[in-house]
Design a protein around this ligand. Structure first.
Ligand SMILES: NC(=O)C1=CN([C@@H]2O[C@H](COP(=O)(O)OP(=O)(O)OC[C@H]3O[C@@H](n4cnc5c(N)ncnc54)[C@H](OP(=O)(O)O)[C@@H]3O)[C@@H](O)[C@H]2O)C=CC1
Ligand SMILES: O=C1O[C@H](COP(=O)(O)O)[C@@H](O)[C@H](O)[C@H]1O
Length: 516
């Protein structure tokens, strides 16, 4: 949360004010949120801060909610609270209102220690949750239990079993038990399907929230609105007008002590198979019948199932120099920290349009964007082709923005053309509006029971079907990662692939940031 944005509007309930049209009757009654893996990195950096922001905004009410941290470490409630405090308080703030909110929030947290596969710990957890429910006079069965897995997937099956056996909401009088699971959901099609079956034997699909935090980003959530609520995009969004689409993720830092984890997965499993592919779905899918989660997810699955097998000659892999210096990375690792590849969608709308997915670590800049490049204007009477094509850019981060690069008359007496832009920069247009963190929205959705921004099982399967053959070829050493310098653009071969796929770079375009 930025300083100066502390005074936030308080909400009085969990009512969903959005346009989904659902009769979302606000649920009342006891809400227990259990963060499994409470001592870990994700929990302290993302999960607890997101819960705190929801609390500050009044989405989690002290008289209804209790938060439980569960992990193996033998620590006290106060130890956990003290560990978390630094992630909730901004810098060295002395703002008494803020400090008081932090203290109130921390008082809602209780810690339970136990292993991930023994009955004892989960029985203890259930006892604590039940005591809280009784203290709130919650009618048995009407209470809500949310289990957030900030855990490695290897323990998902045993944790699911433990919850199912010992920690479920006791009956079905309007209450519920839900689980939120983090990626990676498997390493390939077979392992993902195995994991899905193990979880699926214990929980029904409406109880399972597979989180992909890119689906919680403001401009990702804007994609369907942009595409389907604006008349001028409707006739243009197809192979007749669009030359190519790029979906890009760049980070200007390396694996930062996560080398051991990263080396098992690589950039395709870490970023492309999930975050970028979810974005592709929203860019490329057909209009859903309605905004009901199942209607949206049906369309996402259809577009994923239309993606053709990826060709080796349309893939460039890279690994930054110095990656293997991490002692947890094997000396001869071929794991890509960079990848550019072309996906092709075999359907009426997109046949022949390359979707170029690019992701890399330790590059020259940090950004995530979607770049839709339009075809040249036929019969170009202004001869302005050399100045560049129309591009519609949606920058997810940093500094959310969308802009359309277009050709206009150069202001002045001469009749000449110049590249300019229609620019919607959020910071400028929506001054004073705090854009919520992705995790914050998504956790709120899990409490509201809205699965629109979560990955369904068949969607996950279709995603792995696209990448598994390529990943196996990489794992078998059939495709090599090209070394690149840290702080560079990645291997030069990636830009060559981009050009081969038909991307035409604009030269001489200078953006002058507007001032008010
Ligand atoms: N509202 C705003 O904030 C606006 C900001 N701008 C800014 O203006 C600048 C120019 O904008 P824009 O033209 O859209 O974006 P860029 O110049 O960043 O990128 C244009 C395209 O060229 C590619 N590219 C960049 N360098 C090379 C290279 N050496 N070889 C091959 N391909 C390359 C990029 O790929 P890659 O993705 O790999 O970098 C991207 O596809 C940017 O900094 C942009 O953020 C412009 C308009 C509005
Ligand atoms: O899931 C992951 O995402 C982060 C990047 O997230 P962002 O919201 O900061 O773009 C990435 O650093 C990490 O490797 C990956 O596991």
């Amino acid at each position: 949360m930025e300083s100066g944005s502390w005074h936030v509007e308080k909400r009085s309930s969990l009512r969903n004010d959005s346009f989904t049209g659902e009769d979302n009757v606000p649920e009342t009654g006891c809400l227990s949120i259990v963060v499994l893996g409470a001592s870990g990195d994700l929990a302290k950096k993302k999960t607890f801060p997101a819960l705190f922001h929801l609390f500050v905004q009044g989405f989690l009410q002290s008289n209804e909610v209790h938060i439980f941290g569960y992990a193996r470490s033998k620590i006290s409630d106060d130890d956990l609270r003290n560990r978390l405090r630094g992630y909730l308080v901004q810098g060295k703030t002395t703002d008494s209102e803020q400090l008081e909110e932090v203290s109130k929030f921390l008082q809602l947290i209780k810690y339970v220690s136990g292993s991930y596969d023994s009955a004892e710990g989960f029985q203890k957890l259930d006892k604590e949750i039940s005591e809280h429910e009784i203290s709130r006079n919650s009618i048995e069965g009407s209470s809500r239990r949310l289990f957030y897995f900030a855990l490695p997937p290897s323990v998902y099956p045993s944790v699911c079993k433990m919850i199912k056996h010992y920690c479920m909401n006791k009956s079905d009088l309007g209450g519920w038990t839900r689980i939120v699971v983090e990626k990676p959901f498997g390493k390939d099609l077979a392992s993902a399907e195995k994991l899905s079956s193990q979880i699926g034997e214990l929980f029904d699909e409406p109880q399972i929230y597979r989180i992909d935090h890119y689906l919680g980003k403001e401009l990702v959530q804007n994609l369907l609105v942009l595409r389907f609520a604006n008349r001028f995009f409707l006739p243009l969004w197809n192979r007749d007008n669009i030359a190519n689409v790029q979906i890009v993720f760049r980070e200007d830092f390396g694996t930062d002590g996560r080398g051991g984890y990263f080396d098992e997965y690589g950039i395709i499993r870490d970023i492309i198979q999930n975050h970028l592919l979810q974005v592709l779905c929203l860019v490329a899918m057909e209009k859903p019948i309605s905004l009901k989660p199942e209607h949206i997810r049906d369309e996402k699955v259809k577009v994923l199932q239309s993606v053709l097998p990826i060709k080796d000659e349309e893939v460039v892999l890279g690994q930054y120099e110095g990656y293997r210096d991490d002692p947890t990375v094997p000396d001869h690792s071929n794991t890509p920290t960079f990848a550019t590849m072309v996906l092709r969608i075999h359907n009426e709308r997109w046949e022949g349009v390359p979707f170029i997915m690019k992701a890399g670590k330790a590059l020259s800049s940090r950004k995530a964007e979607i770049r839709v490049q339009f075809k040249d204007v036929p019969g170009d009477i202004f001869r302005c082709k050399k100045q560049g094509r129309n591009e519609f850019v949606i920058r997810l981060q940093p500094s959310e923005a969308m802009y359309m690069k277009l050709t206009v008359k150069k202001p002045g007496l001469e009749m000449s053309t110049v590249q300019s832009e229609l620019d919607l920069s959020y910071r400028q247009r929506y001054q004073g509006v705090t854009i919520p963190e992705a995790y914050e929205r998504l956790i709120l959705d899990t409490i509201r029971g809205d699965q629109q921004h979560f990955v369904r099982r068949d969607e996950l399967k279709a995603a792995w079907e696209i990448f598994t053959p390529l990943l196996h070829r990489i794992d078998n050493g059939e495709l090599k990662s090209i070394p690149y310098k840290q702080g560079s653009r990645g291997p030069a071969e990636a830009d060559e692939l981009l050009e081969k796929a038909g991307y035409v770079q604009t030269h001489g375009y200078i953006w002058i940031p507007p001032t008010l």
